[in-house]
Write a protein that binds this ligand. Structure first.
Ligand code: ASP
Length: 318
């Protein structure tokens, strides 16, 4: 694992890259504008524990023979269940006090996709997305019908009182994290990406951000890489950074792969910044080259691979 700036940094406050020996798993718990001094030890420990648990759960799925899609889903489901991230249990509230969650998962082997938006009855939106992917007839379901579909397919309903009313970014004095995601390369060299969010605090009911939208909030294609995004959803929808990274990699400059990947993430985030947005990306190739890039001081992230123990970072270099 090597970290530090590669060729370009531009507007990036976090720019890391390296190579992990597959199988490998990287998760994120959102990008944010908070600085290190604004995060107290209790929240730091909470995020650290949630990321470590997600890495352990994902690795366990790998050891049980799970493919990249299964591992991405399990890792993200663990983050959803943590209650300290803005996804699943810790989802923020809309302007009407309701929970509306979005999630998607994409497999890079055949660019399979499952996505749900505006779900409120399932415990794990990313598992709902997985049911859609596995069905194969549909790619994206929304609203109460998506909840019914997922529960009909075997998804666990959220237990009564499951959602934390003041969790995530809604808590006035709690330094919250944001959207969560994972990128995976499994032992066969297949990639997957998953992203899950409660949206933005106080959003108008019905609002859908970038997180469940392929090309914006995630992308996976074994010919390039898997990407999961976090940031200002309205801008990410217009800049499609996850697909941008894919296209740049496909064009290829034949340089050092991890540097090329970081350059691609930086270029995709330049478009986000140009439209007034901010956020971060995690990206991982089938060979295990990875990049982490964010225009924000905070991006909660963790890695685990065949040749690297679980590592968690919150801010630039730490
Ligand atoms: N992208 C998410 C959304 O707009 C929010 C985030 O990543 O913080 O729903």
């Amino acid at each position: 694992l090597s970290t530090g700036a590669a060729g370009r940094q531009g507007d990036l406050l976090i720019a890391e890259r390296g190579r992990l020996r597959p199988p490998a798993l990287i998760v994120h718990g959102g990008a944010g504008l908070r600085r290190a001094e604004e995060l107290d030890d209790e929240h730091r420990r909470g995020f650290d524990a949630a990321v470590r648990r997600a890495l352990a759960v994902g690795w366990h799925a790998l050891e049980r023979g799970g493919d990249a899609v299964a591992v991405a889903v399990e890792a993200v489901a663990a983050l959803e269940d943590s209650g300290v991230m803005n996804a699943g249990r810790g989802s923020v509230r809309t302007s009407e006090g309701t929970v509306e969650m979005d999630a998607a998962v994409m497999g890079g082997a055949a660019r399979t996709l499952g996505a749900v938006a505006g779900v409120a009855a399932v415990r794990n939106p990313v598992r709902a997305a997985r049911y859609v992917l596995d069905d194969g007839n549909w790619a994206f379901l929304a609203g109460p019908a998506a909840d019914r579909y997922a529960i009909g397919a075997g998804g666990e309903p959220a237990p009564p009182g499951w959602f934390r009313p003041t969790a995530g970014a809604a808590a006035a004095n709690a330094p919250a994290s944001d959207t969560v995601g994972a990128v995976v390369v499994d032992g066969r060299g297949h990639t997957a990406a998953a992203t899950s969010t409660g949206g933005v605090p106080g959003q108008v009911p019905g609002r859908i951000g970038d997180s469940p939208v392929a090309g914006a909030g995630l992308w996976a294609d074994d010919r390039s890489c898997a990407v999961s995004a976090t940031g200002t959803g309205e801008v990410f929808l217009r800049a499609a950074p996850a697909h941008h990274v894919h296209l740049l990699l496909r064009a290829g400059s034949h340089g050092e792969p991890a540097s090329e990947l970081l350059d691609a993430c930086g270029a995709a985030l330049d478009e986000v910044v140009a439209l007034g947005g901010h956020g971060g990306l995690i990206a991982l190739t089938p060979a295990g080259d990875y990049a982490l890039a964010a225009t924000t001081p905070l991006m909660i992230r963790g890695f685990l691979s065949a040749d690297h123990p679980a590592t968690v970072r919150l801010f630039a270099g730490a």
